[in-house]
Ligand binder design. Structure first.
Ligand SMILES: NC(=O)c1ccc[n+]([C@@H]2O[C@H](COP(=O)([O-])OP(=O)(O)OC[C@H]3O[C@@H](n4cnc5c(N)ncnc54)[C@H](O)[C@@H]3O)[C@@H](O)[C@H]2O)c1
Length: 309
């Protein structure tokens, strides 16, 4: 375990992330920070009171300021708002960019050595805002999207094939959103190429469902969006860092020429360890996958243009 992990935003994703971090005992203290008076304090206390039952010694504390977060080794940022009626997508981007800017200034001041795991949407753009405002190197600002998208893809495949989720290896790259790129060519079931086990039209349907995985949950919930799988995904990244596991996970990383792309965040295979992003793997893509990745990157760059730092 490390000394301290802070989760900014005590909403659905943030609070569930804090709970999972504590239950896995990944830090001595988990600090929940939110602007709403009482919410992080109440949720933190409630979670800490579950410790004797769940058997963890991680203290969960809530705050409205960053004093208790000082010196955190990892900061997970989930602060933001969801789109409200009458709000355009660009309005949402600007509002969340302002929130992430403000949070990042606090992180720079109070947690200068932290590794930031970004969760707030639009993910790839918020990663860039955090990297610019904190001034941290790309090794210390990483985005969570690919782990979630890949988990959805693996869950749907396991269901269709009636096999264990553990035996599905897959990778979803690209931007977080409709333009994500599930790599069918790298999807295997215990080493067996998935194409040998499932008909092309069934696989195409699963790829499509993965692409719309977030919207499928929103349609059920009506208000709010997914948070159980998103928090599990963020925690898997934190766990890889805390335990220096050197896991290869699809994460949003700042690209400097990899895959022929630079100057933006995009989902690529990353090695995560105690240094944060330790390596980006460049794997061979089919012409179709490369084109999809470039289209996805184009969409991210368009959204970046709507934000002034
Ligand atoms: N990357 C992904 O794959 C993924 C998946 C799910 C959700 N998300 C995103 O995560 C974010 C959080 O989702 P949620 O469901 O938890 O939303 P939520 O509305 O339940 O929680 C957001 C919280 O952020 C807080 N907040 C707002 N401004 C803040 C600030 N300046 N400082 C600290 N806290 C602040 C709010 O008070 C609220 O408690 C959203 O942007 C959502 O789109 C991303």
């Amino acid at each position: 375990m490390i000394d301290k992990i802070t989760v900014v935003g005590a909403g659905n994703v943030g609070a569930t992330t804090a709970q999972r971090l504590a239950e896995k005992a990944l830090a001595r203290t988990v600090v929940l920070v939110d602007v709403i008076d009482g919410v992080p304090q109440g949720k933190g206390l409630d979670q800490w009171e579950s410790a004797p039952i769940e058997g963890f010694d991680t203290r969960v504390v809530g705050a409205n300021d960053y004093g208790p977060a000082a010196g955190s080794g990892i900061v997970v940022i989930t602060a933001g708002i969801a789109r409200k009626p009458g709000m355009s997508r660009d309005d949402l981007v600007r509002t969340n960019a302002d929130i992430v800017k403000q949070v990042s200034q606090q992180v720079r001041q109070h947690c200068p050595g932290a590794i930031v795991v970004m969760v707030s949407n639009p993910l790839d753009v918020m990663c860039w805002v955090a990297k610019e405002v904190t001034g941290f190197p790309r090794e210390r600002v990483i985005g969570m999207a690919g782990v979630l998208d890949t988990a959805r893809y693996r869950a749907f495949l396991a269901e269709a094939l009636d096999v264990s989720v553990e035996d599905i290896q897959a990778m979803v790259l690209g931007g977080h959103g409709d333009t994500m790129v599930p790599l069918v060519s790298y999807t295997t079931v215990s080493g067996i190429p998935v194409g040998q086990l499932i008909a092309p039209d069934s696989l195409a349907k699963i790829v499509d469902r993965t692409r719309n995985g977030g919207a499928e949950i929103v349609a059920f919930l009506k208000t709010g969006s997914a948070y159980y799988a998103p928090s599990a995904a963020a925690v898997q990244m934190v766990e890889a860092i805390v335990h220096d596991k050197k896991r290869i996970l699809p994460c949003a990383a700042w690209l400097e020429g990899e895959y022929g792309l630079s100057g933006l965040y995009c989902g690529v295979p990353c090695k995560l360890g105690k240094g944060g992003l330790e390596r980006i793997f460049e794997v061979a893509l089919t012409a179709q996958e490369q084109a999809a990745l470039e289209k996805s990157a184009g969409a991210v760059k368009e959204t970046m243009k709507t934000v002034t730092l």
